[in-house]
Design a protein around this ligand. Structure first.
Ligand SMILES: Nc1nc2c(ncn2[C@@H]2O[C@H](COP(=O)(O)OP(=O)(O)O)[C@@H](O)[C@H]2O)c(=O)[nH]1
Ligand SMILES: [Mg+2]
Length: 355
């Protein structure tokens, strides 16, 4: 088979069938298969595809929303074609250029051909100002940081030779949205890359799953690849949220003491509760966005979070006061107590609150 098409989906029931029809039309001369990798979308995307009952369409259903890059990797593992095309389900990528991409790849014997929004003749359609800016900065960062010279290293629309990507599948980070960059950065040599311009279309149905966490994911990916280390992204996010919590704490402490005239211990108590609230809300929205709680579960989760963090506070107090009483200097005792309780909070949040 010449081409395997990997399509990651999350709640794309309004788009996926249209995409399959469009691909089938445009690829009438190509032997291809489609591999849909769905994270058990609540809107029934997977069921819809399996009802088509076509022999050249496979569907992988994974439990829980596990992320775009890792979905693409699972799809590539399953692919049998000589080339693998990765594209979104939401019709924003122009299937019309696929034959041209394939011809370029075969004609020039390249490793990767990218559908490019930023090559001459391409465009981003109706991106919001903010998103254009973020996309522009992220692109130039990738080029500077890594020494790439392609116009759109963050594209989610590309063809790669399967024999090129197979040996590096295990070294991919699998985090976030930036699978192409991940592939390029994980190769040992420089891949031979071509680009075909296209205009990124506006999403007509369904919602974008992009949120601000991906900016953080992106930076972590760059750092990881540049310096070859690995940190769990949610840990970085948790600690940033915690630092912000300290600011909230100090601000509320200030207000309670100096504006509302509380005594110190009540002011400190109110500030602690406020910081925990801020930590809970931000972690719920960003750090653990893949298992966010809302509705009834929200209150239950908040209660658990408060209990576990209070326990963290007790651990902090008992460790630091003990260390201090053994003659360890105050800053070291305070620091160690804080680190240990922060780790406790992180582990218990991850394992209990946002399991
Ligand atoms: N399997 C899977 N697919 C995802 C996930 N997040 C996004 N997608 C799919 O990845 C593609 C790109 O996502 P989209 O939200 O449109 O990103 P945007 O175009 O950058 O706004 C779409 O086909 C989504 O359905 C995920 O967590 N798991
Ligand atoms: Mg999209």
């Amino acid at each position: 088979m010449r081409l395997s098409i990997v399509v990651p989906t999350y709640n794309e029931s309004e788009n996926i069938i249209i995409l399959i029809e469009k691909l089938t039309n445009v690829l009438s001369n190509v032997a291809f298969e489609i591999i849909v990798v769905d994270d058990d979308s609540p809107d029934g995307t997977a069921l819809l595809v399996s009802k088509l009952n076509r022999s050249n369409i496979q569907i992988i259903v994974r439990q829980g929303k596990r992320g775009l890059s890792s979905a693409v990797i699972e799809g590539i593992e399953r692919a049998k074609g000589e080339y693998v095309l990765v594209m979104d389900a939401d019709l924003q990528h122009d299937e019309g250029i696929v034959p041209e991409m394939l011809a370029l790849l075969e004609g020039k014997n390249l490793d990767i051909v990218v559908g490019s929004r930023y090559a001459h003749g391409g465009g981003v359609g109706e991106f919001s100002k903010l998103r254009s800016k973020v996309s522009e900065i992220a692109t130039s960062l990738a080029n500077k940081f890594i020494g790439l010279t392609i116009n759109d290293p963050l594209s989610g629309f590309f063809i790669v030779k399967r024999s090129y990507v197979l040996p590096i599948l295990d070294s991919l980070s699998g985090k976030g949205f930036k699978i192409l960059l991940d592939i390029i950065l994980s190769s040992s040599g420089k891949p031979k890359i071509g680009e075909v311009p296209y205009i990124f279309k506006t999403r007509l149905a369904g919602k974008s799953k992009l949120n601000s966490v991906i900016v953080l994911e992106y930076l972590v990916l760059l750092l990881e690849k540049r310096f070859s280390f690995s940190v769990p992204l949610d840990f970085v996010s948790y600690m940033l949220v915690g630092l912000f919590g300290v600011l909230v704490h100090l601000a509320v402490l200030y207000g309670a003491l100096l504006i509302f005239g509380f005594n110190f211990i009540s002011a400190q108590l109110v500030a602690t509760l406020a910081a925990m609230a801020s930590n809970f809300l931000l972690n719920n929205k960003y750090t653990f966005f893949q298992s966010t709680h809302d509705g009834k579960a929200f209150l239950k989760a908040a209660l658990r979070f408060y209990l576990l963090c209070s326990l963290g506070l007790l651990i902090n107090l008992s460790i630091s006061t003990n260390l201090f009483s053994y003659g360890i200097p105050w800053y070291l005792a305070g620091f160690l107590g804080t680190i240990i309780s922060a780790t406790w909070n992180y582990m218990s949040s991850k394992l209990v609150v946002w399991r």
